[in-house]
Design a protein around this ligand. Sequence first.
Ligand code: MN
Length: 152
Amino acid sequence: MADDDFRPFRDGFRWDGVDLLAYKEDGAAPFKAITRQVLFAEAGMGCELRYFEMAAGGYSTLERHQHVHAVMILRGHGHCLLGEAVRPVKPYDLVTVPPWTWHQFRATRGEPLGFLCMVNAERDKPCLPATDDIARLRSDPMIAAFLDGVAG
Ligand code: MN
């Protein structure tokens, strides 16, 4: 692994030796203009560190699951939905996504939004919102505006 011990940062939020991947393998979940780079996925470490980046106007999937995310915003400004709260996010903000908490990141500020995300290597599959989940979330005007792509 010696050749991989040091992987320099490059322009455009890329790293040497790190592939630029599709956000999700499964095309069924809704998302837009987002890429994934797996920065660390060492066997035996039990966790992975990924970098996700949305182009302006892009968003991650609205989802929830048992596993926890530990997120640090790394690039740009935008908003996140976490449970029942819509918050503006900026570089180096820390976001903990607890178990079974609805979450979504959106590049709402006309610029890319990138974040680091640490997760368990073995984790459950995300659940998508059903119609009644969406209705419940939308009953909050801030969340409805967020889901419509209007900054919260
Ligand atoms: Mn998630």
